[in-house]
Design a protein around this ligand. Structure first.
Ligand code: ZN
Length: 290
């Protein structure tokens, strides 16, 4: 059975249930997802619904869904990721990733760097809302971000070690989510900002690109060294401003204001900041995103 790339990006609920039926009808014992993030998410969801395991074989390193139990597809009725199943195995060939379009690799780095913020948002949820917080899962996510920051130059040069570090970081983020039992260690205010952009921008950018830009602004709200994060993203060749993502500034401001309402149960720095439109504009201007 072949999942065609062109159907995947805008896969409808009917397409997903068709796949599920096919898996059941042909009694496939295991599914192998070979492709980019969307292909892996489609196979992850349909194999889980059919009660079959799947193996993840990513051909790009664009986000941490390659090894996690969560999936996000625009056709699902939720604008954020849902919990499905983890892959039984991940087979990632660093040579294939090295030769994939670099934009996807830089996007994967943006997704990993976002853990600088998501871990702090998780901690905040624990302190304010008495939410479960796991130090081990949090440390694993943060370590992944730190290692990618340290190896930024090597990743940009696509050395074997650089690409391996990114792949291991993406897999570790998936493991952190599995340990936590939710996407909490890897998805905070910066992901809510990206989900909001997916909903309102006419042509959203890649998930990891939007998360990276969101991380710059959320890091500022958290009082982190946001310039270091921005400069690392620049070094990695990822976007750090709205224009580089071809997204107009009005959508950035709207997404900053709307983000806190997307998942009300997920407490983040956006609940503390409670940004108005003019505060959102000031934040984006201050961080040179617009
Ligand atoms: Zn992500």
């Amino acid at each position: 059975m072949e999942v065609k790339e062109e159907f995947v990006a805008n896969s409808t609920p009917e397409y997903l249930s068709g796949l599920e039926e096919k898996i059941k009808k042909h009694r496939y014992e295991v599914l192998i997802a070979v492709g980019g993030g969307s292909v892996i998410d489609v196979v992850k969801i349909s194999s889980a619904r059919a009660g079959r395991p799947f193996i993840s074989v990513p051909t790009t390193a664009s986000h941490d869904g390659i090894a996690s139990s969560v999936a996000s597809l625009k056709s699902l009725d939720k604008p954020y990721s849902i919990k499905t199943q983890s892959p039984t195995a991940v087979i990632a060939d660093s040579k294939i990733i090295r030769h994939s379009p670099y934009r996807f690799t830089a996007s994967g780095c943006g997704d990993v760097l976002s853990k600088n913020v998501s871990v702090l948002d998780w901690r905040l949820g624990h302190e304010v809302k008495k939410e479960y917080y796991g130090a081990y899962a949090a440390s694993l996510a943060l370590m992944s971000a730190n290692l990618v920051m340290e190896k930024a130059e090597e990743i940009r040069e696509r050395t074997e070690e650089g690409i391996r570090t990114l792949l291991e970081a993406l897999v570790s983020c998936g493991v952190a989510m599995s340990i936590a039992g939710s996407s909490r260690p890897c998805s905070g205010s910066e992901h809510l900002f990206s989900h909001a952009l997916d909903m309102i921008a006419p042509k959203p950018a890649l998930h990891g690109e939007q998360c990276g830009v969101g991380t710059i602004m959320m890091a500022k709200l958290h009082g982190l060294d946001w310039k270091k994060i921005r400069d690392t993203l620049k070094l990695l060749g990822g976007p750090t401003a709205a224009a580089e993502m071809s997204i107009e500034e009005e959508y950035i401001i709207e997404a900053l204001v709307k983000a806190r309402d997307i998942r009300p149960e997920r407490y983040t720095i956006l609940n503390e900041a409670n940004l108005t439109h003019s505060e959102a504009r000031s934040l984006a201007e201050f961080c040179e995103v617009i």
